[in-house]
Design a protein around this ligand. Structure first.
Ligand SMILES: [Fe+2]
Ligand SMILES: [Fe+2]
Length: 251
């Protein structure tokens, strides 16, 4: 699995892990993020159980597992956090697990012994080894309890499934970043039209994140937007017609 450093300022560092050539083809590709600071690490959407061996191998090339102090699950999907019991087995016992309060009873189906620190609907701010991370509400996008994560110092927004794209490995150009926004749209268009259903939620999220200083918008699938492509993505999603699944119900 590939590992790319997105930001580094002294001991404060963001890394993305993904594009694993050894991943089975029928398992959707995901990006896992690690934020390191002050000797602590939080994993953002640590991934599904199928990617756990590759992810653990890639992570332990960078840090030792006893540095992992927290996991964050943006929502309940299996590709986000079905690896939870495996991480709990290999990391320290007092690892913190942040997730939307709405999903705690459901996520317990992955791991009934996990103790969750639940995030209220309004979001919250946490510190990881001195790095401040803000959980920003992204409800109904696509999950009814869902959060993005903003780091004001790194100016990175982890956007979960917002901005997700299904890019074939041989079309990435070997990069983790969007290099041609117009041609990238084909890989994210169908996903957003179908998985997003609420224009009110979409508009509220775009209004919130447009106020932030963002150098990189980092989704859980596909390529990362940086520089002018961040604004391009926000303008594109703001204008997109969503809820395509309704067509099958209105016949
Ligand atoms: Fe999802
Ligand atoms: Fe996802």
């Amino acid at each position: 699995m590939k590992c790319v450093t997105l930001f580094r300022d002294n001991d404060h560092c963001w890394q993305v892990f993904g594009q694993d050539p050894d991943k089975p083809d029928n398992v959707i590709d995901t990006n896992q993020y690690a934020v390191h600071c002050g000797g602590s690490t939080i994993l953002l959407d640590p991934g599904g159980m199928e990617v756990f061996p590759g992810m653990m191998a890639a992570l332990t090339r960078e840090i030792s597992l006893d540095q992992v102090s927290a996991l964050f699950l943006s929502h309940q999907d299996p590709d986000i956090g079905s690896s939870l019991p495996l991480w709990r087995r290999v990391c320290g016992k007092d690892i913190k697990i942040y997730l939307p309060w709405l999903w705690s009873g459901f996520t317990a189906h992955f791991d009934r012994d996990a103790v969750f620190t639940t995030i209220p609907d309004e979001g919250m701010e946490i510190s990881v080894g001195g790095a401040r991370l803000r959980f920003i509400p992204a409800h109904y996008l696509h999950s009814s309890g869902n959060f993005s994560v903003y780091d004001p110092r790194a100016r990175i927004l982890f956007s979960g499934d917002m901005g997700a794209a299904l890019v074939p490995l041989d079309k990435t150009g070997g990069s983790m970043f969007v290099t041609d926004f117009t041609s990238h749209v084909q890989y994210m268009d169908g996903f957003h039209r179908r998985w997003l259903g609420s224009t009110r939620a979409r508009d509220a999220w775009v209004a919130q994140v447009s106020k932030l200083d963002i150098d990189m918008l980092a989704p859980q699938h596909g390529l990362i937007f940086k520089g002018d492509d961040v604004k391009r993505f926000l303008d594109w999603i703001a204008a997109l017609e969503i809820g395509s699944g309704l067509a099958a119900m209105n016949r």
